[in-house]
Design a binder for this molecule. Structure first.
Ligand code: ADE
Ligand code: ZN
Length: 335
């Protein structure tokens, strides 16, 4: 039998929950800050890493938005994205659906085009170099108004063909999905698919709203759905994917320790969960490190690890043909 570490390394995987701004490693942050002549309040890489001690989502978001503030030019977004794609290559992540937060940049005077062009060019390069595929998902910041989200939606129009879906992220509690129903309706009319963070820190009611009002195709996190039996049944019946991010959940104190994480329970009840890294530069690891930490703490079997990888393709927005071929490649690891 193949050992767990080898299996995790060798399995092809898709990553469906990755904020590109959350893959900003301190080393690259310093380099870009220096070339852009932007001041950052940290004096060293060690000092930055020390600041990465979070007690909830907001304490993380404050630092995450601050870090993103050094990104100014297309090349900055290109370098950021290409560095993440190289990590994918190392981890055998063959497909990524990359989230970006336009408002974090446009509110500082960086154009929508600068952001998306840099990200897009890096994905094209990765495709040319090692055949990796990617989609882009544009996220609205839920702590801002729906009107602001509408402005961002409008800005996205010339780049519509490069964006597969819209989503909702940032401070969850107090900003329910219902706040964004109208803008999601408009986005769907424009042809975008929809996703949303829900049930990370927020209650199961937010997951209901994401399903009923925003018509999401996947729920980001969604781990608090387990508190509501009816909701759980619906997720199972509808085969609704949850893009779970284990290391993130521990770092942001959604669960006290990895042994307490509910991923295995969800998987065993047939909820379509998979493993993702969310903001790997801040939470201590990329895809494989998330798989390893979870598999060890929850004692996942090889069959369960393979199921997670299959779910990652099944829940992706790639074509059915490509999906089936990757699922088959995963199944080849079953003994
Ligand atoms: N933005 C980046 N990471 C996030 C997370 N885990 N939850 C909500 N918004 C985010
Ligand atoms: Zn997230």
């Amino acid at each position: 039998m193949m050992n767990r570490l080898e299996l995790i390394q060798k399995l092809p995987k898709a990553e469906l929950h990755l904020h590109i701004e959350g893959s900003f490693e301190p080393e690259l942050m310093f380099e870009i800050a220096k070339r852009n002549k932007v001041n950052i309040r940290f004096k060293s890489i060690d000092e930055i890493k020390e600041a990465y001690n979070f007690h909830n989502l907001q304490s993380f978001l404050d630092i995450y938005y601050e870090g993103a503030g050094v990104l100014l030019h297309e090349k900055d977004f290109y370098d950021l994205t290409y560095a993440y794609l190289l990590k994918c290559k190392e981890d055998n992540v063959v497909h990524a659906e990359i989230f970006f937060d336009p408002q974090t940049h446009t509110d500082r005077g960086v154009s929508f085009e600068t952001v998306i062009s840099g990200i897009k060019k890096a994905t094209i390069k990765a495709h040319e170099e090692w055949g990796m595929t990617a989609h882009l998902i544009m996220y609205f910041l839920r702590h801002l108004s729906e009107e602001e989200a509408f402005k961002t939606l409008k800005m996205s129009e010339p780049f519509k063909k490069d964006i597969i879906a819209v989503g909702l992220d940032s401070s969850e509690v107090g900003h329910p999905p219902s706040k964004f129903k109208k803008v999601f309706d408009e986005a769907m009319k424009m042809g975008y698919l929809t996703v949303a963070h829900a049930g990370e820190e927020g209650p199961p009611e937010y997951v209901w709203e994401a399903l009923d009002l925003l018509k999401v195709k996947r729920v980001d996190h969604g781990v608090r759905s387990i508190e509501d039996e009816k909701l759980l049944k619906r997720l199972i019946d509808e085969e609704m994917p949850l893009t779970v991010c284990p290391l993130s959940n521990i770092k942001l104190c959604v669960f006290e320790k990895m042994e307490d994480h509910n991923l295995k329970k969800l998987l065993q009840q047939n909820v379509k969960v998979m493993i993702n890294s969310d903001d790997p530069a801040y939470f201590g690891g990329y895809a494989n490190q998330n798989y390893i930490a979870t598999a060890e703490a929850l004692d996942l079997s090889n069959a369960e690890i393979i199921q997670l990888a299959k779910n990652s393709f099944d829940a992706s927005f790639m074509t059915d043909e490509l999906k089936q071929s990757w699922i088959k490649a995963c199944e080849a690891f079953n003994e």
